[in-house]
Design a protein around this ligand. Structure first.
Ligand SMILES: Nc1ncnc2c1ncn2[C@@H]1O[C@H](COP(=O)(O)OP(=O)(O)OP(=O)(O)O)[C@@H](O)[C@H]1O
Length: 311
């Protein structure tokens, strides 16, 4: 059973097509990144999964339950970290978590949950009105973890966090996934997605432009990595027969080889050294996730398909 499955899911607000014909499957236990620039339809999709917004067309299931017809069953089995959740300033973090435990009828220990999200006992007893953004995120995430959900839906879990907070949030997400929980999270902080996600979907202007692993995206866009070799003499070799080499450029004593498969590196170096040339230095340049993201989302026509990207 899929954690999330949407079929032709569509939402129009008047003339604006916020989400168009979305077919998406998130498997059980998977960490799935839902990416896209502002206004690309991420929140609207999440809101349809939670039945906060009704689709114009299409359907969605969450943990096998119909998101529109079996909303209560969905909400009982998932944990949600909304985009902007206000804590009650006068209540402590511990009281918030305890409140979530009581209202879900769960029998968990608030302290265990607070420990899982890294909120110290001292901080947990202070009023939430005094909390930093990172501490508020921890409490909200703690509330989402109550009831041991099979799926966590996190809308921009890292927004407003400093790099340290982002790293900690990432560690919490990985720890929860290791407990078997599927995690579906929207983000535009691409480096975070790269570090934790099994797969990512990229939305642009309401349309799904691709679903793949990060490695798969690199391969599909041909924007793999470049290895630059500094050599003591320029060898007379060709790399054309090496699978995965996409470009070769020679400039003085430097040979730049772009490739999409990492096995290429050793083959290229061997080929150069077989000619008697000595490689004196090697530097690597991987295209960043930002580059990949740009490739998929800055196209003027959002109707682009995976096949077009590949060519
Ligand atoms: N209630 C609404 N009424 C009218 N238009 C809406 C409504 N909600 C969203 N939209 C529009 O739908 C489109 C998708 O918005 P959505 O909030 O889903 O994008 P997003 O990818 O979550 O963006 P962000 O990263 O900024 O949160 C936008 O053009 C937005 O203006």
């Amino acid at each position: 059973m899929a954690a999330i499955q949407t079929k032709s899911l569509t939402k129009r607000f008047g003339d604006v097509v916020a989400v168009s014909d979305l077919d998406l499957t998130v498997e059980e236990g998977e960490i799935f990144g839902f990416l896209g620039p502002n206004g690309s339809g991420k929140s609207t999709t999440i809101n349809m999964l939670l039945d906060y917004v009704r689709p114009t067309d299409g359907s969605a299931t969450v943990l096998g339950y119909n998101a529109q017809m079996e909303t209560q069953a969905v909400h009982e089995r998932i944990g949600i970290l909304p985009d902007a959740f206000d804590l009650y300033g006068r209540l402590s973090g511990r009281k918030h978590v305890q409140f979530a435990i009581d209202s879900k009828g769960a029998d968990e220990d608030a302290d265990d949950i607070l420990e899982r999200v890294g909120l110290s006992s001292e901080d947990a007893d202070r009023p939430a009105g005094d909390y930093s953004k990172g501490m508020r995120q921890r409490v909200t995430l703690g509330m989402a973890l109550v009831g041991d959900p099979d799926l966590l839906i996190l809308d921009e879990p890292s927004s407003g966090l400093d790099p340290h907070g982002v790293r900690e949030m990432r560690e919490i997400i990985i720890a929860e996934a290791n407990r078997g929980t599927a995690v579906f999270f929207s983000s535009h902080i691409l480096s975070q997605v790269e570090a934790v996600c099994d797969r990512v979907a990229i939305m642009n202007k309401g349309e799904l432009v691709t679903v793949d692993t990060i490695a798969g995206l690199r391969e599909a866009t041909g924007s793999g990595a470049t290895m630059e070799l500094t050599v003591d003499s320029v060898p007379d070799v060709s790399f054309a027969d090496i699978n995965g080499v996409t470009n070769v450029a020679i400039d003085g004593d430097r040979i730049s080889v772009s490739y999409t498969e990492s096995s290429v590196k050793a083959k290229v170096i061997n080929r150069v050294e077989e000619t008697g040339t000595t490689v004196t230095d090697i530097t690597m340049k991987e295209s960043s996730l930002e580059d990949l993201f740009e490739t998929y989302t800055t196209h003027s026509d959002s109707q682009r398909t995976e096949t077009e990207v590949r060519t």
